[in-house]
Write a protein that binds this ligand. Sequence first.
Ligand code: ADP
Ligand code: GLC
Length: 474
Amino acid sequence: MNLLFAATELSPYAKTGGLADVLAALPAALRQRGHSVACVLPLFRSIRETLPELRLTDLILSVPLGAGLQSARIWEGRTDRDVRVFLVEKEEFFDRTYLYGPPTGDYTDNASRFFFFSKIVPLLARHIRPTPQILHLHDWHTGLVPAFVRSERLPFRTAFTIHNLAYQGNFWGLDFPLTNLPTAYFSPAGIEFHQHINCLKAAIVFADRLTTVSPRYAEEIQTPEFGCGLSDVLRERRYKLSGILNGADYSRWDPGRDPVLPAPYSASNPAAKQLSKDRLAKQVGWEPFQAPLFCVISRLTEQKGIPLVLDAAGELQKEGGRLVVLGEGDPGLEERVRDLARSFPESVAAQIGFDEAFAHLLMAGSDFLLMPSLFEPCGLTQLYALRYGTLPIARETGGLADTIVPWDAATGLGTGFLFRAPTANSFSEAVRKAKAVYQDPSSLQAMRREAMRQEFSWEQSAESYEEIYRRLIE
Ligand code: ADP
Ligand code: GLC
């Protein structure tokens, strides 16, 4: 099959979260299975600076954007997995420090930036060879593509993956002329949502198939609690919605061959995990210690339950427990995390920022990963944690519920600790269970071994997507 992926992130060239990891892995896995796969992204500054051997094609594509005509030059390159990637060059839109906006908020011209990108995608699809049969689109930035394909009756089938329903690309109705769509599209049956343009809703309505990144989340988003206002719209289209679990990229996340670690370790040879813990302690300015070490590796947002971590800080530090937080995001939460580390320098360390190498060391050196997310479409961090024998303590929601086997008091088995109510109390309860297991080395070893043997391969996910594409083409 001929497939074109369109998105705004691709690891390691442009990344703010798990979307980038998916774009790095899924197209490569499909290519391995014999399909012709290409990706298209905006030529963000970070991509220009990091993707090697970019080549300018002779394609110049022009699309209307409101009253004016806007053009883009198209560059071509290959990812480190040897997947073909097209880059849309538009300096005034994409040659910026951030992908979506600075920490204080979104860029004010995001409607123009991503409507433009969404118009270029189907046009590019008509020019590249082999001609794609399927456009596989990801998150709201490409949400208008299915509407453009529909309104222009283009010969492509569209699959749209929701990585996070909370980000919808909402713009006021006055921006509608920027879409250049027929006015009938600005209606409740189309892309309008409460007098606004809603890019995610556009995708839900007009894409041929919808997927999300775990089966549990596919169910959850059809309820008012998780539907972010769109549960009715989704429920009406449940016939075309399903959940496919993400995989973990074990070529990048494997303690047996992770170049960042002081020594490799694995399920059958776990002892060297301790060396990573010692190295980590040194790196954050502590002496080596024998006590449970909890970590957070995350965007610092409400979604990720960071306030719960802050509220449970006392519980975490009891009996010598320590916490290391790596993350960036909401300035208010960043400040609270910094404050906590300043107040308890002996037991809490914080690194505010995005640091891939430190993420690997922290994953390896910690005993437990905290992920008390209010909602979690899939979550990749817990998949990596499992492979590193770092037991997740997570809320029972979305992909967390689908990938973590909760510790069972009767058998002592499981791969992590789940709790249900989004409260500091119920989170603390799970932390206490984890600490009890930590005090019993043979139980801890048994859980770690089970965790490290879990397998979430991209191969499996790629096969499920393949099935979806095949049905669309038929
Ligand atoms: P989300 O996409 O919602 O942020 P995921 O768990 O799917 O959550 O993916 C997060 C990805 O981003 C993981 O690869 C994780 O290691 C990485 N990550 C998050 N925050 C940081 C950070 N501050 N530094 C380095 N990597 C980070
Ligand atoms: C989103 C979700 C996360 C998921 C990732 C990749 O960022 O928040 O749960 O793992 O996309 O699909």
